[in-house]
Design a protein around this ligand. Structure first.
Ligand code: MG
Length: 348
């Protein structure tokens, strides 16, 4: 059976609301099929990028130098991917497309997480700002260019659309971004995965005790069932949230208005847990101090690169026909936390 026949067989197993294996929107440059399904091939391209690997050294919440035991951007990504594939499979959506979007969803984050993004956005205020979603899109459509004479990874547009916010204008085609259900699965699973794993990391780090987590309805319910061990709590939270998402969404897939959703009650519980983490973890002074240092180093390096650009920045500026400031941010954005501190150390 050739690849087209295999795709058509596989399509028969999908929900009528799923994206078919051959895709609908296509790639920027048409390509011959190989033995892999197109979204599978996209996944391989994403995995092979420098940007994907550098997520291993990038902050999720805890800066790595505090400990080696917490999530980084890559392990977060893998957990989101696992959850999203599970939901996609349960709903008979396209698992390959879901996996590819999940693996690439956070690829545009600079070092030092949201604080890194904030400071770059500030530094680029007069040059269009800096946003991790837009940067991710820029990475896979322009910066990562493994093919001679072509720009970007030439991914299917279902994937690049999934990297931008729904309803935005696609900078490449000018069309309006419309998300597939598979992109919605990734988005929903991202929000579920991080509250669950951040609860675990918060407990392990001691920024809050298990008893405090009982202040939230979700924490209380899960701990009644699984006890106070951090990993068990993460697994319990994830199970409850994903089961609700699966059932609530499955009901809509029987209608002509399919969507990825949760029951109102569970969505409110997730919000409550998120608010708890925000108050007790994301803004914790210990966590914050490390990221503040990261921000200062980004600023230092940015100004140094604009004034005295290294070869990498000059090369980006020329190849992408962009401002020096943008090229400096591209280069800084590609660094791991550690590399950034090392490079800034040479200047400071
Ligand atoms: Mg994420």
């Amino acid at each position: 059976m050739n690849v087209r026949e295999r795709m058509s067989r596989a399509n028969e197993l999908l929900s009528p609301h799923a994206t078919p294996h051959e895709g609908v929107l296509g790639r920027v440059f048409p390509e011959e099929l190989d033995e892999r399904f197109p979204f599978e091939r996209d996944r391989d391209r994403i995995l092979e990028t420098d940007s994907f690997r550098s997520m291993a050294g990038k902050t999720q919440v805890f800066v790595k130098r505090i400990a080696e035991d917490y999530r980084n951007r890559l392990t977060h990504t893998l957990e989101v991917t696992a959850a999203a594939r599970g939901i996609a499979r349960a709903l008979k959506l396209n698992e390959d497309l879901t996996e590819a979007i999940a693996l690439v969803h956070d690829i545009g984050h600079p070092p030092f997480g949201h604080q890194g993004e904030e400071v770059l956005n500030e530094l680029l205020r007069a040059h269009g700002g800096f946003n991790h979603n837009v940067q991710g899109y820029r990475l896979v459509t322009r910066i990562e260019s493994p093919y001679a004479g072509k720009q970007g990874l030439n991914l299917n547009r279902e994937i690049t659309n999934g990297m931008l916010k729904n309803g935005l204008k696609d900078p490449m085609t000018g069309g309006t971004v419309t998300h597939t259900l598979e992109a919605n699965v990734v988005d929903a699973c991202d929000r579920v995965a991080y509250v669950a794993h951040d609860a675990q990391d918060g407990l392990i780090s001691g920024v809050f005790a298990a008893d405090r987590l009982r202040e939230t309805a979700l924490g209380r319910d899960v701990m009644e069932r699984v006890g106070t061990e951090a990993r068990a709590i993460r697994a319990g939270l994830l199970r409850v949230l994903l089961a609700d998402m699966h059932h609530a969404s499955a009901a809509t897939l029987e209608t002509d208005a399919p969507r990825i959703t949760m029951t109102d009650a569970m969505a409110a519980r997730r919000e409550e847990l998120y608010a708890f983490l925000k108050a007790n973890m994301y803004g914790n002074p210990m966590v914050h101090a490390k990221r503040k240092e990261g921000q200062e180093m980004i600023e230092l390096l940015f100004h140094a690169y604009v004034a005295h650009p290294p070869e990498e920045v000059l090369a980006l500026e020329q190849r992408l026909h962009c401002s020096r400031e943008r090229a400096a941010a591209d280069h800084i954005g590609s660094m791991s936390d550690y590399l950034l501190l090392q490079e800034a150390g040479k200047i400071a």
